[in-house]
Design a protein around this ligand. Structure first.
Ligand code: NAP
Length: 494
């Protein structure tokens, strides 16, 4: 069986303890490989390597750093199918979506490669004569990257590419459930020519390996994507250990609003894709549909017809629409929420139980589920379920719909279906989420726009696009006085 070691200072190495664990296919329980089970001592070695490498990487010309990232993108293009297939086996999403996950990594690698020649600062006039003023971006140092399993290629590259192009070095702790994908990404960077120590990979549990990374005195930034619960812990711990910078990309409880003038068939396409794509395990997945009462019944009927036809199975099969959940614990959590929904008085319309027929019994499958007549304050309408469960919430007006949309602790993505341009623009203004779609579902972000959310979805940072550069750099303002005399700002020019 293939073994996946850590990658530290340019070497593939066992965990110092020699311990290992297994990566499992959630569709059928197949063991995919063995992985290093590290501890804090491995984090120490990785951070030390990254610290040493920072001294030369920060001085390596940014356009040259860009060439390495560009090569990584080219290698990913070449290996796209191989990575996508392993992604489906390790994480469970259907193959076309796995290809999309890899494509997102390719897109961000090309985008950030070009930033090597485009790290613009500002040159501005000084308020004093014979004085020159400008600002430049500088790298921060060693960046600790902690990622979830649901986008095991896109999210690590969303973080690594901006960190690297700006001259930071990286210690990467991937989710324990998708370790092989992390190894493949690091292999790509190694082949692209990333110098030793610039990227390091340490496997292991969040509460020991992740924790050691957050507490480490020589890590300057923690870039974290995961649940709100873990994110809060990361923020508190990072503040207590060196007042580190922390970027948090956390959960969602995203809604699609369907107004009575909407094209209902178009809305149904967007709802099915957003609610059941990736088996509902996207931070941007739609788990609420807020619908104007006059069209609620019609929409429900159309949804039931489509949901009943969704085919569960191994994501590698072309016949599969919806893959497994990441593991049986996740399936149990989804079922717990379904029971809560029933107890709260929501009407279960379709689904509502694990799928155990035939081959499905070997994996973590759950039937796509729809609840109707859900009230906005029910737990199934407030809490992130992270599975194939959708709640239909009837309302009377657009204003009420927007209020309901904004009434959850999360604020990542929202969508509205309407044919009325005036309503669309009011919604764009009033929907309190970091991403808004008009006449499209809640998923499908593109890498050159900022990505992140309001309220508990994060702490104000954004990934992707130009916004990501701010997360991974310090601004330095420089004043050069060539007057040959003391000039005091705010005093000598009055
Ligand atoms: P999670 O349990 O918070 O885990 C995320 C990562 O944090 C994993 O690598 C995990 O390690 C690690 N971790 C857990 N506890 C830690 C600790 N005490 N210290 C340091 N690291 C720790 O989340 P998940 O279940 O993997 O992912 C699902 C969540 O991510 C959902 O809430 C989803 O909405 C969110 N998400 C958000 C975005 C976004 O951009 N906003 C994107 C994708 C997913 P182990 O794997 O070893 O437990």
């Amino acid at each position: 069986m293939k073994f996946y070691p850590n990658y530290i200072d340019g070497q593939w190495v066992e965990a110092k303890s020699g311990r290992r664990y297994q990566s499992i296919n959630p569709a059928n329980g197949e063991v995919l490989g063995e992985v290093a089970l590290s501890g804090p001592e491995d984090v120490d070695a990785a951070v030390e390597a990254a610290r040493k490498a920072f001294e030369s990487w920060r001085l390596y010309p940014a356009p040259k750093r860009g060439e390495i990232l560009f090569r990584a993108a080219e290698i990913l293009v070449r290996r796209k199918e191989e990575l996508a297939r392993m992604l489906t086996r390790e994480m469970g999403k259907v193959l076309p979506e796995a290809r999309g996950d890899v494509q997102e990594a390719i897109d961000i690698a090309y985008y950030m490669a070009a930033e090597g020649r485009r790290q613009f600062g500002h040159t501005v006039p000084s308020e004093l004569p014979d004085k020159f003023a400008f600002s430049v971006r500088e790298p921060i140092g060693v960046v600790g990257i902690i990622t979830p399993w649901n986008f095991p290629t896109a999210i690590p590259f969303w973080k690594m590419m901006p960190a690297l192009i700006l001259g930071n070095t990286v210690v990467f702790k991937p989710a324990s459930d998708t370790p092989i994908m992390a190894a493949l990404l690091v292999e790509v960077l190694e082949e692209a020519g990333i110098p030793k120590g610039v990227v390091n990979l340490v496997y292991g549990p969040g509460d020991t390996v992740g924790e050691a990374l957050i507490r480490h005195p020589h890590v300057q930034l923690i870039s974290f994507t995961g649940s709100v619960e873990s994110g809060k812990h990361v923020a508190v711990t990072a503040a207590q250990h060196g007042m580190k910078r922390v970027t948090l990309e956390l959960g969602g409880k995203n809604a699609i609003i369907v107004l009575e003038d909407a094209n209902l068939d178009l809305a149904v396409d967007g709802i099915i894709w957003s609610a059941f794509g990736t088996t509902g395990q996207r931070c941007t997945a739609a788990s609420r549909v807020i619908v104007q009462r006059s069209v609620a019944k019609k929409l429900e009927e159309k949804l039931v017809e489509r949901i009943s036809k969704l085919r569960l199975g191994d994501g590698l099969l072309e016949t599969t629409d919806v893959g497994p959940l990441i593991h049986t614990r996740a399936r149990d959590k989804v079922h717990m929420y379904v029971e809560i929904g029933k107890q709260e008085g929501a009407r279960l319309v379709v689904g509502g139980e694990p799928a155990m027929e035939g081959e499905l019994a070997k994996g973590a499958f759950y039937k796509p589920t729809l609840f109707a007549e859900v009230k906005p304050d029910m737990r199934i309408a407030q809490e992130e379920i992270f599975g194939p469960v959708l709640a239909l919430i009837p309302v009377d007006t657009m204003e009420e719909a927007i209020k309901v949309n904004n009434s959850v602790q999360y604020g990542l993505s929202s969508a509205m279906y309407t044919q009325d341009v005036n309503k669309a623009f009011k919604a764009i203004r009033d929907l309190a989420t970091g991403i808004v779609y008009i006449n499209a579902g809640t998923i499908g972000a593109e890498i050159h726009l900022p990505f992140g959310g309001y309220r508990n979805t994060g702490n104000g940072h954004r990934e992707a696009g130009q916004a990501a550069l701010d997360a991974y750099s310090e601004w330095k303002s420089v004043y050069v006085d060539y007057s040959g005399r003391l000039q005091r700002a705010q005093i000598d020019n009055q």
